[in-house]
Design a protein around this ligand. Structure first.
Ligand code: FAD
Ligand code: DHB
Length: 390
């Protein structure tokens, strides 16, 4: 078949981009390796910045997000027994983040695909990119045992960290920047009310903890664990016990325990691949970069990439504008690096690294003291957390 843009991956980046292009009459197809149920079963991000909410609004797909999403005016950093509240709304002129799960956002985009004429092919194998350097690239894949070919003008690589798109850029052209962390986040999802009406990120002697939520009746919590830990070694009760210690006595008193409906361990990584465009291939979201989850930037960065990519591709097809495509990588990377910096610095501030000694811990205490006492420091955190402008 022939189309204008072949999108690889039907995660949030691929589906958002597909809908934005279709809304402007640009032809596209989305190819996804997994089934819709598998994609929806992945419990990931939970906090949306304005950029992500605005894209859903622009698409007119924000009905459930507006009805069920929980706007948050602030969040907390816990340091031992002290809670430092970052009043995002007050510090940023009324801006907010919205708690709404990645699963729900993906479901809203999936549900609207058919009615909006967005073709998504699930369960495809062996997706391979060809001739990305020229202006007539194509993608081959296998569906139900038959080889298929999509000819297009552009390929959008929205296929996550492990997908084939980034690998289609020759090593001589691309540069990788990477930092791995010596721990992962063990997450638990449970149908119990949250312990606090706002998120709490805690740096405790025993390690990091995060109290988050999906709704008034569904909680999401995380603790950091060494990468060598196995999920089997963490029955629910052990996780609840650890959360109660790390989140501090006030939060602990309000924790409602319940059976987990999902548990997983996600490794932490900082990663950037540059450039984010090579010839006719544009990379968006996790295919080009990973942030450690502290600060909830991963999904929101995917959304800001898609904002720039949609602008560039719509400009190309509707206004014969080549410049926006040429500028895509620089524009996207400028925001990516700022989110990488914020996620890395909040990770360093809130986790106990095994290699750290008393000096590094004293630096954390001093920084938290400074944040607690300085409106300027709180404003800097608030404006990054709520999301830098696109
Ligand atoms: P993805 O959501 O990864 O989507 C890529 C899609 O491409 C997938 O559906 C995949 O199946 C598909 N694909 C891959 N290979 C192929 C192929 N060969 N052919 C066709 N399709 C393919 N962020 C936060 O902000 N907070 C969190 O708590 C958080 N937790 C996370 C936990 C985990 C385990 C992971 C992996 C990520 C987490 N993130 C979190 C990050 C956030 O979920 C991602 O940044 C976000 O999903 C990026 O969206 P994306 O569409 O770019 O990539
Ligand atoms: C969630 C995940 C994050 O990484 C974060 O910083 C805040 C919330 C969550 O899954 O709810």
């Amino acid at each position: 078949m022939k189309t204008q843009v072949c999108i690889i991956g039907a995660g949030p980046a691929g589906l958002l981009l597909g809908h934005l292009l279709r809304a402007e009459g640009v032809d596209c197809i989305v190819l996804e390796r997994r089934s819709p149920e598998y994609v929806l079963g992945r419990i990931r991000a939970g906090v949306l910045e304005k950029v992500t909410v605005s894209l859903m609004e622009r698409l007119g797909l924000d009905g459930r997000l507006q009805a069920e999403g929980l706007p948050h005016d602030g969040f907390n950093l816990a340091d031992g027994e002290r809670l430092i509240r970052i009043d995002i709304a007050e510090l940023t002129g009324g801006k907010q983040v919205v708690v709404y799960g990645q699963t729900e956002l993906t479901r809203d985009l999936m549900d609207a695909s058919e009615e909006r004429g967005l073709e998504v092919v699930y369960g495809v194998d062996d997706v391979t990119l060809h001739d990305v350097e020229g202006d007539a690239p194509y993608v081959t894949y296998v569906k139900d045992g038959a080889q298929q070919r999509v000819d297009c003008r552009f390929i959008a690589g929205c296929d996550g960290f492990h997908g084939p798109s980034r690998k289609a850029v020759p090593a001589s052209v691309g540069q990788e920047y990477e930092r791995e962390y010596p721990f992962g986040w063990l997450g638990i999802l449970a149908d119990v009310p949250p312990c606090n009406h706002e998120l709490i990120y805690a740096n405790h002697q025993r390690g990091f903890a995060l109290a988050s939520m999906r709704s008034h009746t569904r909680s999401r919590y995380y603790i950091d664990v060494p990468l060598t830990e196995k999920l089997e070694d963490w029955p629910d009760d052990r996780i609840w016990d650890e959360l109660a210690i790390r989140l501090g006595p006030e939060a602990a008193a309000n924790i409602t325990r319940g059976p987990s409906i999902e548990k997983s361990i996600a490794p932490l990584r900082s990663f950037v691949f540059a450039p984010m465009r090579h010839g006719s291939l544009l990379l968006c979201g996790d295919s080009a970069h990973i942030v450690p989850p502290t600060g909830a930037k991963g999904l929101n960065l995917a959304a800001s990439d898609v904002h720039y990519a949609a602008e560039a591709l719509i400009g190309f097809f509707k206004q014969n504008d080549n410049d926006a495509v040429a500028l895509y990588s620089d524009k996207a990377l400028s925001r990516v690096w700022k989110s990488e910096r914020f996620s890395w610095s909040l990770t360093k501030l809130m986790h106990r690294f095994p290699e750290d000694g008393p000096f590094e811990r004293a630096m954390q205490v001093a920084e938290l003291d400074y944040i607690a006492s300085s409106r300027a420091a709180q404003t800097s955190i608030a404006e990054n957390y709520v999301g830098l402008p696109v």
